[in-house]
Write a protein of this length. Sequence first.
Length: 147
Amino acid sequence: MRARYDDLAEFFDDNEKLNPKDENLVRIRKVLNLMDKQFEDKALAISSRAVAVSAYLFAEELHDQRKASDIKEFANFLVAFLDEVKRNLSLLAKYENPDNRVVLEQFQKYISQASVEPYAIRRRHAFLTKAFDYYRSARGKGKIIRA
């Protein structure tokens, strides 16, 4: 499903009387509460709906895989990752070559172009998975992926 504002508004209009015990609603609330607790002020780094959707879906996946304890580390990663994206976009804005093209080509591109379409959401998610795995690996050691 797309994540356009109108799509989300329609979803909430259609489901405004959701059963508070609905398993999907319970899961969504649980994940959002986990994110609220684990992200704390790091959530301020999320500046677009597309990034918020990707962050939520990633956190939900961690929750579903019984890895909710990893959400705090994901929050730290996401802040560093978004800073890297922003820094490289700034270089482009000054007509300079970005030094980490991969974050622009495999993530930011799907924020800027058709960000609400399912394929863009899937590609962002796949790249976040790859980048977070690298960040946590012995090779990455808390660094943002560069290739």
